[in-house]
Design a protein around this ligand. Structure first.
Ligand code: N2P
Length: 360
């Protein structure tokens, strides 16, 4: 090969790398800033394919089947714990994650309960499972005494029956809805007792005639457009509904509440499947997300709390001051975390949930 052609070849390779690295991400819907992926590709040259889901069960089915093709996935910590035990994830190579130093040790310690030593995952975002409601529609039906800071809004048959006409929705998330129902009944939301689960099932069946649907992402637009009035939902998603209504200037006012009886606090984790085709690119992405500015941009866009201490000075004041996103210490005392269900409990909970949804 002549010198000229070698130079020409080098130029071509620089301009259009024939073996551009690829990264396949599977994340929750409405859960990333608009420019995160673009910035990642600009910084690393790695091309991203990005798919979304709205259910841990859907993610779990894909991972358990194997060969999902995904390099980075975002399970909630209690699901992840069971998946780690099943060999679904590879341990992180922390030498490739220099931005780990940005993480908040105290919040990462919560996640250690699900992954000793934080060996397999880092926290992406965390939040709560509470209630989003339309202020005016609820006030019209229940007046000033509406129990808007209580799970009565959905679990008291007398109250929820008066809201049914404007649309009440529940998350299609059995491992979140059943503990919420147990807690409302004065039972331990962390209970794995079949009798307790049966009582929660009974309560959910009692209110089922007043529930318009069970879905975990549709309610964002429906709340924003005034098509439903009360949704059990995830903190940031309800705030996104509020923001969409504000942008549309449609007169809809959405509020997120962590009910006084307490709520689930959950952690969503960035993890790499054992059979990920591109583990290096996966590490590069996880490290990129842990950059203080990148995580702050995501929190500022999706209104979910992160566990990145270095990002906090870059998080908008309005977001930091919203108690539904960053609860006060007093409010945190009323939150519970998920327990890792063994296979039997998982089956009992899922069977109960199917019975609730099908009315059998
Ligand atoms: C994002 C929902 C993530 C919360 N739309 C579920 N853990």
């Amino acid at each position: 090969m002549t010198r000229t052609s070698a130079t020409a070849l080098a130029l071509i390779l620089t301009a259009a790398p024939a073996f551009a690295q690829q990264l396949n991400i599977y994340n929750w819907s409405d859960y990333i800033a608009e420019d995160t992926l673009e910035k990642f590709t600009a910084a690393t040259g790695i091309e991203v394919t990005y798919d979304v889901y709205d259910s841990n069960e859907v993610l779990e089915a894909k991972l358990m089947a194997g060969s999902s093709g995904y390099d980075v996935v975002v399970p909630t910590a209690d699901f992840m714990a069971r998946q780690i035990a099943a060999g679904v994830y590879q341990p992180l190579d922390k030498s490739k994650l220099p931005n780990l130093g940005n993480m908040d040790a105290q919040i990462m310690a919560y996640a250690e309960a699900f992954d000793p030593g934080n060996a397999h995952a880092v926290i992406y975002m965390w939040g709560t499972t509470g209630i989003g409601y339309n202020e005016d529609m609820v006030a019209e039906r229940l007046g000033d005494a509406a129990p808007v800071n209580s799970w009565d809004l959905v679990f008291d048959p007398e109250v929820v029956s008066r809201l049914a006409d404007c649309g009440v929705t529940l998350l299609d998330a059995p491992t979140e809805m059943i503990p919420a129902a147990m807690n409302y009944l004065g039972l331990d939301p962390q209970s794995t007792d079949a009798g307790d689960i049966a009582k929660a099932e009974e309560l959910l069946k009692t209110i089922a005639p007043h529930v318009r649907y069970y879905h975990s992402s549709q309610y964002i637009n429906d709340l924003a457009n005034g098509d439903v009035c009360v949704s059990v939902g995830w903190s940031g998603d309800v705030f996104q509904a509020q923001a969409r209504a504000d942008e549309a200037e449609n007169g809809v006012s959405i509020v997120y509440t962590i009910p006084d009886e307490g709520a689930l606090m959950w952690f969503d984790m960035l993890a790499i499947p054992s059979d990920a085709p591109n583990p290096d690119a996966a590490h590069a992405f996880i490290n990129f997300v842990m950059d203080a500015q990148i995580t702050a941009d995501i929190t500022n866009y999706v209104w979910y709390a992160n566990a990145n201490a270095a990002s906090m000075p870059l998080v908008d004041q309005e977001v930091k001051d919203t108690p539904g996103i960053f609860p006060s210490e007093a409010a945190k005392d009323r939150l519970w975390t998920a327990v890792v269900y063994d296979a039997r409990t998982d089956r009992v909970v899922n069977r109960a949930w199917t019975a609730v949804k099908t009315g059998r």
